[in-house]
Design a protein around this ligand. Structure first.
Ligand code: MG
Length: 463
């Protein structure tokens, strides 16, 4: 039973009591707050909001609540129905809407759902806007539009095709080259909306598609987070089918993981690396990812003559840094590709189309492509502290011990060494420090993390 309110939206479990879960009442309250925010930003304007959802089991229920509430607020709704997160983002701009709401709990299991909020640029709300929505939700101002002002719904169920059209029209996407290459690709979309959209995109590129878990029933066939332990099935199918690669997306299709023709993982960190390498080879420039993403992006960027910068964790932070630095490509190491020539949001369709073009033009196999990139391994650990420990003080102490190195403190503490890095972040909900480390071997990455864990234990014992 959980309800998490943050500046990017509200996320919670279905069922149970009001205030502790994403119940109908909580959904209505939060949707009302978002409508009031848009009204504050656009005084006197007749508002239009795009609503779309992934295929999870609670999707229809939450959609009906959200759409009904917006209408009650006097807001017109453009309902794109079953749609990806990037699809809704693109729809907000394409339809000239004032905002958007995506109904998805991303990679979280079936009992979860969430409302993710977009502004008129089709991008996540800023920190200030997000805080204002939370304040409005807290104020409990539940007043609605009079009868002559209630909203109307425009159904727009074919927007996924419009999104695909836009992806295929990108300058660096070469449909003809991909078609000629005659690829065979296995798709695992964990029975959400990607099961409809990704095969359609691939077929438009002349790719032979083998579908597993591509029925958008919301019955997730495995844990929906696209990480290796959840991807054993596609690994076997890619190998057995003699396919060129496997494509895995999460339920709302903003994360992309790839499987090599051998059935081995390409590595989620390397989705962005490979796509960026291709983009940089045609449009040199700078790149951005978050502090917990692989250094391989920096290496590939520098090798192409560009510069790399790291942002605090969180898509909105990456996007802000990308705009500030004029990055040609960026994203997150979890398989999130952000390509500004398309739009400022993680988009697995864009990732697939660029990656296949890269593969077709290079004439290489996935395993050969992977072998070209620097070898790094990330180790993910955490240390649990007792509640009386001041976690910020621990991080401050670590920071002071490593001032001889390149230390970043915009988001926890990150120390960059010559052959790797370690990034410490505190949890906002538990007395935990998460410790991510990266090195050229997993053994070294583990060793680096263990060293820091021991240091933290020492610091805590000293107090
Ligand atoms: Mg997602």
């Amino acid at each position: 039973m959980t309800l998490i309110k943050s500046i990017s939206g509200i996320r919670g479990t279905i069922g149970g009591g009001v205030g502790d879960n994403l119940t109908p009442i909580d959904t209505v309250k939060f949707t009302t707050a978002f409508a009031k925010l848009l009204a504050e930003y656009n005084p006197g304007k007749r508002l239009r909001v795009v609503v779309g959802r992934d295929a999870r089991l609670s999707g229809e229920m939450v959609e009906n609540l959200v759409v009904g509430t917006l209408l009650g607020c006097g807001v017109d709704v453009i309902n794109v129905g079953l749609c990806t997160t990037p699809g809704v983002e693109v729809a907000v701009v394409a339809k000239g809407a004032d905002g958007g709401i995506i109904l998805t709990a991303s990679h979280n299991p079936k009992q979860w759902n969430a409302l993710k909020l977009l502004g008129s640029a089709g991008e996540f709300l800023s920190d200030a806007e997000g805080k204002r929505v939370l304040a409005l939700a807290e104020s409990n101002d539940l007043t609605y539009a009079p009868i002559d002002e209630i909203g109307v719904v425009e159904e727009c169920s074919d927007f996924n095709d419009e999104h695909i059209d836009k992806v295929l029209a990108l300058d660096l996407v070469d449909v003809e080259a991909v078609h000629k290459a005659g690829f065979k690709v296995v798709v695992d979309a964990v029975n959400s909306v990607g099961g409809v959209v990704i095969p359609r995109l691939l077929e438009r590129m002349g790719v032979e598609v083998v579908k597993i878990n591509c029925e958008p029933t919301g019955q997730f066939a495995h844990n929906p987070e696209p990480i290796p332990e959840n991807l054993t099935e596609i690994s076997e199918v890619v190998h057995a089918e003699g396919a060129d690669l496997g494509v895995v997306v999460d339920p709302d299709v903003d994360r992309l993981a790839l499987v090599q023709e051998t059935g081995e993982m390409f590595g989620e960190e390397y989705t962005l690396v490979a796509v960026a390498d291709y983009v940089l080879s045609h449009t040199p420039g700078s790149t951005v990812s978050n502090l917990s993403s692989s250094r391989a992006l920096r290496d590939v960027t520098v090798a192409r003559g560009g510069s790399y910068e790291a942002a605090a964790v969180g898509e909105v932070n990456v996007v802000t840094k990308m705009k500030a630095t004029g990055a040609v490509i960026g994203g997150e190491g979890n398989g999130g590709v952000i390509y500004p020539a398309s739009h400022y949001g993680r988009d697995a369709l864009v990732g697939v189309a660029l990656l296949l073009t890269h593969l077709a033009k290079s004439g290489k196999k996935m395993s050969e492509l992977r072998a070209e990139y620097p070898e790094y391994y990330i180790s993910k650990n955490k240390i649990e502290l007792t509640p009386e420990i001041d976690v910020d003080k621990v991080l401050w102490e670590i920071l002071n011990r490593y001032t001889d190195y390149n230390v970043t403190d915009i988001d926890g503490v990150k120390v960059d060494f010559e052959d790797g890095w370690v990034h410490l972040r505190k949890s906002n909900t538990e007395p935990i420090i998460r410790i991510y480390s990266e090195a050229h071997t997993l053994e070294d990455a583990n060793k680096m993390a263990q060293g820091i864990i021991n240091e933290i234990k020492d610091i805590c014992n000293l107090w």
